[in-house]
Design a protein around this ligand. Sequence first.
Ligand code: SF4
Ligand code: SF4
Length: 434
Amino acid sequence: MDASSPSHDRPQQADLDRCVHCGLCLNSCPTYRELGLEMDSPRGRIYQMAQVANGAPLTESYIDHIELCLACRGCESACPSGVQYGRLVEAARADIENRYERGWPARMLRNFVFNILLPSPRALRTAGTFLLLYRGLGLQRLTRASGILKKLGRLGEAEALAPEAQFPFFYRYYGRTLAPEGERRYRVALLGGCIANISFARLHEATLRVLRKNGCEVTIPADQTCCGALHVHAGVREEARALAKRNIDALVEGGYDAIITNSSGCGSTLKEYHELFEHEPAWADKARRFSAQVKDVNEFLASIPLNPHLGELAVTATYQDSCHLCHGQKIRGAPRELLRAIPGLRFREMPLSEICCGSAGIYNVVHTEMAASLLDKKMDSVGTTGAEVIATANPGCMIQLAAGVKKRGTGQQVKHVVELLDEAYERYAPHHQR
Ligand code: SF4
Ligand code: SF4
């Protein structure tokens, strides 16, 4: 074990001291609700972080409790003392990353995912092509039928949750600027992310169409890269900083009215880039200027006069609050407003919509049991609404919710809010609309 961790990559005493141990956050915490254990509650985790900050050793037990946290930030919304729990848990994980020596299989896997796969379009394209072949050639069916996945344990479970590859990949839009439909009212940049370029290429295209319908000239900058959100959540901060610097340099002086993302997990990190550079004031300043331009697509569309040429979508829909949109970015009204703007759509709130569905980046792959249990409860909530469509605002949540629908066989469609808007625009027929 290496005893060193730079002071900016550890939980800060002032942040820890904000917690007055009142416990008002406990009921908002998915892991506490599941396990009923203080050590797996926000208050308990903050207590453990404070112990470590004051010299207690990094034990396996501490690491387990910190890693079982979903980093969903539900506790932040509930906290009357303004504890920035997201900041704390990210710093605690960076400290673990710097000081704890994982076994070689975990080290190799983390190195591959965080340093090789996510930052590299070429590696992502290769992985996407492999996925296409795996499914297209019937290998997936064979592997599943053979029962080999059950023997592979966690790897087998990860296979079931692996997103689909959607060809053609979204990278083909990189470097292009698309004109608005009609008069240009805004100049925006669209971020493609990393895996989403492969697995959510159709969602990205729907986002492009909806933005262009709303007077946006959309540029997809060629120099952008992965936002680093998964790195930040896993404590891999040096690589996250390198990615952040590339994105900031590629976009900050672009003069855009907004830098738009349709992934709330990415958006939350992009808006907090400055927190990665607290020890580098020049970069922190640049990061703040960058973050001020970042908008979640729901936030952006709800802030402008929405093109009203929406056709009818006669469905009952509910909305799952993506954690990093509601707790991370404090955006709750915008997606609901957009859904309610769609003619014919009957909106039904689900109970506990702000409790995490268990997706949480790669959490559902690493902590399969907890993630499955949370998803089960989420599907119960969905079931009470009678909705045929589950809308949400984050690709990761879409994968998790789709897995829930498949498991239950309940047949709902899982859609991003923007995909529903896109469908409604597509259905607009001027002669028999308002
Ligand atoms: S995090 Fe906030 S709500 Fe939770 S115990 Fe601390 S002060 Fe109370
Ligand atoms: S981030 Fe989520 S899982 Fe972690 S302590 Fe807070 S509420 Fe619990």
